[in-house]
Design a protein around this ligand. Structure first.
Ligand code: PEP
Ligand code: MN
Length: 263
């Protein structure tokens, strides 16, 4: 069902009026984790000023260590919805448990399935059974073929509003947190008809690499770039090393626009 051979035209996913996959390249930004109403509002206002409507933020955080901040849960989704309602934005947030989907769809606009859950087949099936766009991230060590099979699980349940996100894979290289597999973008676009995003924050794990990798993603034809922004990354409860603060975010947008790769 996701194969380009069976369905040659691009799938365009409508995110409350923001089209994904229509040829215009977009940005999905916001904090790693929702920490408070003020924190999300500060970031969202900065995004809105630069014309970005796609607001990401984690409420249910799938952390590697059980002792790390696990997210605000439903409370976090409520904060995202409140801010999105006030500023007319679109909420993208990760769900980790199939039983949370029913409640979550009241608050979010896009269900994100994270790298650690790419092969959580019950979660894929549950996301495939609801009428909400889904953003599926590539697993930490998943091949492109495994990624495509995971996507197929969602569409096979009836939900064709699906987007794929390359977020780096595990290799022997230690200079970056993961290795951004940039060639996955044209391969996924050849093999499937789905929009393809590139997450530059989780792939690199390095703030200094966000701009060059975002440029590469746009140049190679990604439908959108995802990156994290926090009012004060030094005190962020997660991903402190790679989130941009607001001035860095504005510089990031300025530099992308100056490069001619982003309008
Ligand atoms: C995220 O986007 O918040 C996240 C946890 O990313 P990933 O699943 O790609 O690690
Ligand atoms: Mn993060």
């Amino acid at each position: 069902l996701v194969s380009r051979k069976k369905h040659p035209e691009n799938t365009v996913v409508d995110l409350k009026g923001v089209m994904m996959g229509d040829g215009q390249q977009r940005l999905v930004m916001g904090p790693c984790a929702v920490e408070s109403y003020e924190q999300v509002l500060t970031v969202a206002k900065a995004l809105k000023e630069r014309g970005i409507k796609l607001l990401r933020g984690g409420a249910f955080k799938p952390r590697t260590s059980p002792y790390d901040f696990q997210g605000l849960g439903l409370e976090g989704l409520k904060i995202l919805k409140q801010v999105a309602d006030e500023l007319d934005m679109v909420v993208i947030s990760e769900i980790v448990n199939p039983s949370d989907i029913e409640t979550a769809v009241e608050y979010l606009d896009v269900i994100q399935i994270g790298a650690r859950n790419m092969q959580n087949f019950e979660l894929l099936k549950a996301a495939g059974a609801v009428d909400k766009p889904v953003l599926l991230k590539r697993g930490l060590s998943a091949t492109i073929q495994e990624f495509i099979h995971a996507a197929e699980y969602i569409v096979a349940k009836g939900n064709s509003n699906l987007m794929l996100c390359e977020r780096g894979i595990r290799t022997y290289e230690t200079a970056t947190r993961n290795t951004l597999d940039i060639s996955a973008v044209p391969i996924l676009k050849q093999e499937t008809h789905l929009p393809v995003l590139v997450d530059v924050t989780h792939s690199t794990g390095r703030r200094d690499l966000l701009l060059p990798t975002a440029k590469a993603a746009l140049a190679i034809g990604a439908d959108a770039v995802m990156a994290e922004v926090h009012p004060d990354p030094a005190v962020a409860l997660s991903d402190s090393a790679q989130q941009m603060d607001i001035p860095q975010f504005n510089k990031f947008i300025d530099d992308l626009q100056a490069s001619g790769l982003y309008k």
